[in-house]
Design a protein around this ligand. Structure first.
Ligand code: NPG
Length: 369
């Protein structure tokens, strides 16, 4: 393919309710949306999952736009023939910036698959039409608010609940939810809020039959996770620490993680995600698909990824209504706790351009030389 132009837009959507994690509170979702138009007449869409501030990872929306415009796109424009599977190699000289690279690769892959009439799911290796949905529940002001929110999700049919935790908001919320719903698959996510000194505290989660504790320690403390994993009975699952196939391989070798959360943005794209999936399948390590408060554009591709055979645990792949009053695509509607994998070519969803126009903060079109 030859690229004709790339449109970079920042959009902002209010969240249906504030989402508090150990690193901050989100009221809105600001994100960068990419549209790649090719000379062959195909259009590819993606969203860059970085947040507006570098709190979850070092990347943030404005920096992503900058690195895409300043370094990544000029490099891609030099390619005679742009092929999605070659993008990560082409961009390898630029260090880091996984979310920016993932966004570009995904938009190009979407354009390519649309041109060839292939859906994301079949291209990635989907093994089912429906995926199980989990939901991630933020830290609330009171236990009562938490119970109310979890009750809503359970009545909507979510098949797994994930509670955000931090020091001071851990044992009590977990005990409360477990006592009220003894059978619901339950897990927790600390987003790096604890240290190696908190081992005894984290051991106190063991009686509550959790599926996993996600990223309790700093992303760089892979050894600390391996040490912790020997002490606690609940499986440790890494998120922020896994930024590539190599880091996944190392974390598994160290026994720092026994389950992996695969987030395509965090690891540089869907192709790298499939490689991590394959590595985990070879090693009998369950994986699940993480979420970054995506709109329907990112969700479509995530749902396709989550339908690969190694994704044996429900992901943070919730219905559009969990996040937004109105989505920028046809909404993802959950039926009986499941979402349907889009079957149309590419990401396979209809994009609501009128609505996108209404929520656009900035728009820039970069034309290939
Ligand atoms: O359902 O998309 C979702 C949110 C899932 O909890 C979730 N994401 O640390 O995994 C995380 C967390 C997150 C949200 C991280 C926003 C960064 C930004």
């Amino acid at each position: 393919m030859r690229i004709k132009e790339v449109e970079l837009r920042t959009i902002e959507l209010p969240l249906v309710r504030p989402f508090r994690t150990s690193f901050g509170t989100q009221l809105n979702r600001e994100l960068l949306l990419l549209k790649v138009t090719t000379r062959e007449g195909s259009e590819g869409w993606s969203e860059c999952v970085a947040m507006s501030e570098p709190l979850y990872s070092p990347e943030y929306t404005a920096a992503c736009q900058d690195v895409i415009e300043r370094f990544l796109l000029p490099k891609i424009f030099l390619q005679e023939d742009v092929i999605a599977e070659e993008i990560s190699t082409v961009l390898k000289p630029f260090l880091g910036h996984q979310m920016s690279k993932a966004a570009l690769e995904t938009a190009i892959l979407d354009a390519e698959l649309k041109l060839n009439g292939i859906s994301f799911g079949s291209y990635l290796g989907s093994s089912r039409d429906l995926i199980d949905c989990g939901v991630s529940v933020g830290i609330t002001s009171t236990i009562e608010d938490l119970v109310n929110e979890v009750s809503i999700y359970i009545s909507e049919g979510y098949r797994r609940i994930k509670l955000k935790i931090e020091p001071g908001w851990d044992i009590l919320p977990v005990r409360t939810i477990r006592e009220l719903w003894p059978d619901i698959p339950l897990q927790v996510d600390a987003n790096q809020a604890y240290t190696r000194h908190d081992t005894d505290l984290l051991k106190q989660l063991d009686p509550y039959d959790l599926l996993l504790i996600e990223q309790p320690l700093n992303e760089h403390d892979v050894l600390g996770h391996a040490m912790l994993a020997k002490e606690v009975a609940t499986p440790i699952c890494l998120d922020e620490s896994i930024t590539s196939l190599e880091s996944a391989r190392d974390a598994l070798a160290l026994k720092a993680t026994s389950i992996i959360n695969i987030k395509p943005g965090r690891v540089g794209g869907y192709l790298e995600s499939v490689k991590i999936h394959d590595l985990c399948v070879e090693n009998n390590i369950p994986v699940w698909c993480g979420g970054m408060l995506e709109t329907g554009v990112g969700r479509a591709a995530n749902v396709a990824l989550a339908s690969l055979p190694g994704f044996t645990l429900p992901g943070d792949t919730s219905a559009s209504s969990r996040y937004f009053h109105r989505d920028i695509t046809d909404p993802f509607v959950m039926v009986d706790g499941q979402l349907r994998v889009p079957m149309q070519p590419g990401i396979g969803v209809h994009i609501d351009l009128n609505f996108i126009e209404q929520i656009t903060k900035t728009r820039k079109v970069i034309t290939a030389p």
